[in-house]
Design a protein around this ligand. Structure first.
Ligand SMILES: Nc1ncnc2c1ncn2[C@@H]1O[C@H](COP(=O)(O)OP(=O)(O)OP(=O)(O)O)[C@@H](O)[C@H]1O
Ligand SMILES: [Mg+2]
Length: 230
């Protein structure tokens, strides 16, 4: 069918702003509309990438140099692009990715102060400069979203599911730099990056995201009626 073409959509924003929640909800809508969808995440997505994710996010990973952190992020990303993202797009699948290179620009470029040029150059050299068709940047308050991520992670750690707290241990100044870097990306690339207010309920945010996705991708499938169902 003509409208079932591939698109690459990424979600960005601070820890705990609700990205994974919204990724799942958007994917469910696409599936309901008959799209073939790949939902994936960074760092990770592939078997090797998930092993790198463990190293990057685990609180027991001590003394990681910022450049090592950036290199590991890109190591996982190259594998992800080659093994999963490009083949899925080539096969006509919709790809929704929870974080992508904008996260490296915000966290390692801004948060760790490595600067954006290094990140953008690595992306060009290693990932063939693959750009999402649309990036949803979820705009949230630092205290509320990082607090939520910390509570969620503590519950998971207590259940021994995982220990992905390493970034959440950072201080407010770090997250302020991350947020500033994100906003700079949105300003630089208004055609690709859409800022969505994520301070409301998950339902309210979902509705806003559907509006952006429909208008940006030229899909009129997310009617009010359809929105109520997904
Ligand atoms: N709009 C919302 N209002 C209140 N709580 C929310 C909202 N959206 C998600 N949550 C809850 O907040 C926590 C963090 O949400 P989620 O895991 O989706 O965020 P995230 O952006 O993916 O975080 P991370 O960057 O750490 O992966 C979860 O416990 C989730 O259920
Ligand atoms: Mg998440």
């Amino acid at each position: 069918m003509a409208h079932k073409r591939a698109a690459f959509i990424t979600f960005e924003g601070l820890d705990g702003c609700g990205k994974s929640t919204q990724v799942e909800r958007l994917a469910a809508c696409f599936v309901e509309q008959g799209f073939s969808v790949l939902v994936t995440r960074e760092p990770g997505g592939t078997a090797n990438g998930e092993r790198i994710r463990q190293l990057l996010l685990d609180t027991r990973t001590a003394r990681l140099a910022p450049l090592t952190e950036l290199a590991l992020m890109f190591a996982a990303r190259v594998q992800h692009v080659e093994e999963l993202i490009r083949p899925a797009l080539d096969a006509g699948q919709m790809v929704i990715c929870d974080r992508f290179t904008d996260s490296s620009e915000a966290y390692q470029g801004g948060g760790r102060r490595l600067g954006k040029m290094l990140v953008l150059e690595l992306h060009r050299l290693l990932c063939g400069d693959l750009q999402p068709d649309l990036t949803i940047l979820m705009d949230s308050d630092i205290t509320a979203s990082v607090g939520r991520a910390r509570r969620r992670n503590q519950a998971r750690t207590a259940n021994q599911d995982s220990d992905e707290n390493r970034f959440e241990l950072e201080n407010r100044a770090f997250f302020a730099r991350v947020q500033a870097a994100y906003l700079e990306i949105a300003k630089r690339e208004p055609q690709r990056v859409f800022l969505v207010d994520a301070r409301g309920t998950a339902d309210q945010t979902h509705t806003k995201i559907l509006e952006v996705v429909s208008s940006k991708l030229g899909l009129n499938i997310f009617s009010k009626k359809a929105q109520n169902r997904c």
